[in-house]
Structures are given as C-alpha cells and as structure tokens.
Design a protein around this ligand. Structure first.
Ligand code: SIN
Ligand code: MN
Length: 290
C-alpha cells in the first residue's frame, strides 16, 4: 500500500494519518479471539492496572501468538510505514493495550521517542507508532488524543512519572501541554482524537505528543500498538527487558495480504515460554558491527 503525495504532506504537517476500517471484521475477530487467553497468563509481559487485575498492556504477543505474529508482518500495516520512513523496518515494541471497560486507566501526556532515546539509546526519531483498534473507539472509552503538529518540536522536556499508573512513563507537564495545544489551534483543533470502528489504524510520529483518559464506559477499548523502527536506527542499549524493547534488528518480511485469514506459517520463538535472557538488562552502551 503506497501512500499518496497528499497523505505524505498530511503526515508531515499533522504527525499522524488515520485509516478507518483498514482491517475487516473477520480479520479483527481472529485477533480479538486470542486476547482473553493472552491476558489470563501470569507473566511479566502482562502489566496489570494499579490495584486491579485488568490488563493494562500485554507485551510481545507477536513472539508467542499466531494471529499477532501475522499482524506484525502485515503489508497493510508495514508498507505505509516503510513508505514514510523510506527504509526497511524492525519491530521495536509490540503491545496489546487493554483500556478495559470501567477499569482502563489514563495514559498521561507523553512522546514515545523520548523514552526510546533516554532508555534505549535509539539514535534518532526514525521510528513510527501504529495503533490498530480491536474494539470500536468512541468518545467515551478513552480514545487516543493527539496535539497535531507537536512532532515538529522534536524531543520536549519530560519527567519520569513512576506513581500515577502501574506503568512508568516519561510525561510532559501541564504548562508545556497548554502551550502546545494553543499553538496547534487551542479549542479549534489543538487536540484531536481519531475515533472509528474496530479494524481502523492510526500511524503516528514517534515525537507526536499523545495521551488518553480513563475508560469509564461499559465498552472495552482494546488496541494493538506496534512501534516500528528503521533498521539503521536500532537501539544501542538494553536497559529495558527484551519483552519491552526488542533486540532483533532483522527487517520485517511482509506476508500475503490475506494472511490473517489463511494458514500461512509463522515463527513463534517464545511459544513455549519467554527465555530467561528476555529479563536481563544492562546499562552499558553496546557496540554493534557496522
Ligand atoms: C501509549 O501511548 O502507548 C498508549 C496509549 C493508549 O493506549 O491510549
Ligand atoms: Mn505512547
């Protein structure tokens, strides 16, 4: 899937692109069917909400779940990102975020590249976030919010918030958010939130400032978040466990377009459990052969 010149221009200007209903209801059903069993696992890669058993985020399912291994190699997802970054890609991070009915907690205002730079020593912002809705997303179930154009600021100041939710995050303070929203149009478009049916996809720049509120509605808002990085821009430090920040930098090979509904074989290296090394971390900057 090649993007049009208008889509390229829109991405440069706003920092995101929205593709409503990109995946069909049958394709979404294969992905959704796997979620309860994945969330039921008592593993480090399932991070639960503060004070609750609801899963906030599940990491690395593409390494142990067949439909997600296919999604991670899906041409409708990979090719537009490759088109925008102009290079082959590897999977830096893979999450299935729960934002479950009544229990899903906030994601504070943040940029993802700030974390990848500070924690993982990713050299530049040449990486992309992809969100794929597994549930319909509406104004009530905690849709993702963006400040359009905020990616043009590059990496902004952030504080490491270890207490608001169960997941530590480098967050942007209210004064800077106020300024960025004003600059983006204030009440006229300074905050946007793409909403739509299950199967919709958003691509957003790794420096785009984003957040989501808690989910007080009776509707889950399960979404897959994939972070794809240009191969030459791979991380230089393994400070975070491998199930959060991946360490295999091979280019993603795409599968056929119908892979979610066909029997195409995929490799599942963690099918029988996560290897112990996935929990090992290091503060050293690693050297890699050029
Ligand atoms: C994220 O920013 O990683 C997640 C945001 C969300 O799930 O709303
Ligand atoms: Mn994020």
């Amino acid at each position: 899937m090649k993007l049009t010149p208008e889509q390229h221009a829109q991405f440069q200007r706003d920092g995101y692109l929205f593709f409503p209903s990109l995946f069909t209801p049958d394709e979404v059903a294969t992905l959704n069917a796997a979620v309860p069993a994945l969330y039921a696992r008592r593993e480090a890669y399932n991070v639960r909400e503060k004070g609750s058993d609801a899963v906030r985020t599940n990491f690395a399912a593409h390494l142990y779940s067949e439909p997600y291994a296919k999604l991670a190699r899906h041409p409708r997802m990979v090719e537009p990102v490759q088109d925008l970054l102009g290079e082959e890609l590897y999977m830096h991070q893979f999450k299935i975020n729960g934002k479950m009915a009544f229990e899903g907690d906030v994601w504070q205002w943040h940029q993802d590249y700030g974390t990848w730079k500070n924690d993982d020593l990713m050299p530049t912002e040449r990486a992309m976030n992809v969100a794929i809705f597994l549930d319909d997303v509406n104004e009530f179930n905690g849709p993702l919010m963006f400040i359009p154009g905020s990616h043009k600021k590059g990496v902004v100041d952030a504080q490491h918030d270890l207490s608001t939710t169960s997941y530590p995050l480098w967050t942007v303070d209210n004064a800077l958010i106020t300024q960025l929203v004003e600059r983006a149009g204030g009440k006229q478009g300074g905050i946007v939130s793409p909403k739509g049916p299950a199967g919709s996809m958003i691509l957003f720049h790794s420096c785009l400032v984003h957040a989501s509120t808690s989910n007080l509605s009776p509707w889950n808002r399960v979404s897959v978040y994939l972070s794809l990085c240009a191969v030459s821009n791979h991380i230089r430090r393994f400070k975070r466990p491998e199930y959060i920040a991946h360490r295999e930098f091979d280019a993603i090979p795409c599968l056929p377009d119908d892979c979610l509904l066909s029997n195409v074989a995929v490799d599942l290296p963690w099918r029988d459990g996560m290897p112990a090394r996935a929990l090992e971390t290091s503060l050293d900057e690693l050297s890699f052969a050029k």
